[in-house]
Design a protein around this ligand. Structure first.
Ligand SMILES: Cc1cc2nc3c(=O)[nH]c(=O)nc-3n(C[C@H](O)[C@H](O)[C@H](O)COP(=O)(O)OP(=O)(O)OC[C@H]3O[C@@H](n4cnc5c(N)ncnc54)[C@H](O)[C@@H]3O)c2cc1C
Length: 450
């Protein structure tokens, strides 16, 4: 038996030496902690004007606006559907179309983010938000702060919109590396069922939420220190159904399809590390039924016959890396409602928890400069969504899905403009970009009075 197995190991390492051409023996395989991957040639999947990495709220809007502005665009996404946190993490409640409290006269998120609500309404895809404002509607220009959305109809709609616009789409595909020529990003490396491939693009938009592309391209970034800094924790969302729907108004939470959404067990780890991400997924998943049992106790008797009908496929990840860009939005920008000459979008959402309470803004919204989408040190790259250049407090405001879609729309429009003018993102005329965004129906502060 012993002889047999040592023979097998010996034969295996001989075989391995043969196929890799490396002088590896069993001992060195067991003791080494770095492995030098042999060089290999990668097939080129295609050449595009614009590559969008990540199909969350920001990436979806970025790809759509890039396409609508005439650029040949591909979007890659690791899940087989769009929506990111909204769908993969079941966060089916879009916030941020205007200030949640007075002064709330200005609808600060418009354009594609508004179109999503109007089109969800057409297909009966809206529910009851727990933050509804009664004076507002589902009409263009009169949107409320918040809407509950049907997750399945959202997956359908976002796919429909990108597909109809002629997007090249690659699902089940992860971004693994940046292809650099000096400081210029000229493409990306992806992996999927077909293996490892290269993609080339004139402009790359990082809408991965975690700034994966910027990180690999060498962009400086910052991250909250989980042990010391104030930050927003991650949590596993779940949906509850099977209860008597005549009691639905007695239970607090966003409602769609006769089900209620719950913010489940939370976890506090740096999930850019795969072990931490796995541990967070395991711990929150193991805690979800106990979490629900406590909700049942609290809402008894209304939830007595209810059950969990769905947990999110992916832990809800609130924050990881933030790029260091040409400008960093600050708490003062948000609290004072600052305006910027290169504003490309707005936010009026509260700062969720930094001050230990929900700090509402006392104005109609602050502006977000184009420079926050432009990373330091790297050319040819735009960043959109929750990982743009900002400090903790302002992030806690613009992170809501309506403003992140607006950031995506701005990035996609800018990328297409770069292609048209044959310029890099840092070289384009910002006035041209702002004019185009206004033409598309975006709010970039042009209607702000207070
Ligand atoms: C628990 C929780 C509760 C929240 N509550 C609300 C709320 O009530 N209302 C609200 O409006 N907002 C809420 N938010 C915030 C909001 O959901 C996010 O800030 C927003 O979704 C950010 O959008 P994004 O497109 O930047 O990133 P994400 O939504 O994170 O999307 C990133 C996308 O990129 C893909 N991706 C990532 N890495 C790769 C890779 N390497 N290769 C390929 N694809 C990749 C992901 O699969 C994902 O689809 C909440 C967030 C969380 C986590």
């Amino acid at each position: 038996m012993f002889l047999n197995s040592s023979l097998t190991i010996g034969a295996f390492s001989l075989f391995r030496r043969k196929i890799t051409g490396l002088n590896l023996n069993t001992f060195s395989i067991q003791s080494m902690n770095v492995y030098k991957e042999p060089e290999k040639e990668l097939p080129v999947y295609g050449r595009f004007d614009v590559i969008v990495v990540g199909g969350g709220p920001a990436g979806f809007a970025a790809a759509l606006s890039s396409l609508r502005n005439g650029a040949k665009t591909i979007i890659i996404e690791r899940f087989p559907f769009f929506g990111g946190t909204a769908t993969a993490s079941l966060m089916t409640n879009i916030n941020g179309y205007r200030n949640q409290v007075k002064p709330d006269g200005l609808q600060t998120s418009k354009g594609i983010s508004e179109e999503v609500i109007l089109r969800l309404k057409e297909i009966n895809g809206l529910g009851r938000s727990s933050y509804a404002q009664e004076e507002y509607t589902t009409e263009k220009g009169k949107l409320s702060y918040s809407y509950a959305i049907d997750g399945e109809k959202t997956k359908y709609l976002l796919t429909r919109m990108l597909y109809d616009e002629g997007a090249s789409i690659l699902f089940h595909t992860i971004f693994v590396d940046a292809i650099m020529e000096g400081n210029n990003i000229i493409g990306i490396i992806i992996e999927n069922k077909s293996g490892r491939q290269a993609l080339f693009g004139k402009v790359v938009i990082d809408a991965s939420g975690d700034a994966d592309v910027a990180y690999k391209a060498g962009v400086p970034y910052w991250q909250a220190d989980i042990k010391k800094d104030k930050h927003l924790a991650n949590c596993l969302m779940y949906r509850v159904g099977g209860f008597d729907t005549k009691n639905i108004d007695k239970i607090n939470g966003p409602v769609t399809k006769n089900s209620i959404l719950y913010w489940g067990p939370s976890s506090d780890m740096d999930v850019t590390n795969a072990d931490n991400l796995t541990r967070s997924e395991i711990e929150t998943r193991l805690g979800v039924f106990e979490h629900f049992r406590k909700q049942q106790e609290r809402s008894s008797p209304f939830l007595d016959n209810a059950s969990i009908i769905e947990t999110a496929p992916l832990l809800g990840i609130r924050q990881t890396r933030f790029i260091n860009g040409l400008y960093k939005t600050t708490a003062e920008d948000a609290i004072e409602g600052r305006k910027f000459k290169d504003s490309i979008s707005m936010s009026a959402c509260p700062i969720i928890n930094y001050y230990g309470y929900r700090r509402y803004l006392e104005h109609e919204g602050y502006e977000i400069p184009y420079r926050c989408l432009l990373p330091q040190k790297v050319e040819g790259l735009l960043v959109a969504g929750r990982c743009i250049s900002s400090d903790q407090q302002s992030y806690e405001s613009f992170r809501a899905m309506a403003p992140t879609m607006c950031l995506g729309e701005a990035a996609g429009t800018a990328a297409a403009l770069c292609v048209k003018l044959q310029k890099s993102p840092k070289e384009i005329n910002v006035e041209m970009l702002r004019d185009q965004l206004i033409k598309q129906g975006a709010e970039i502060g042009q209607n702000k009075k207070r």
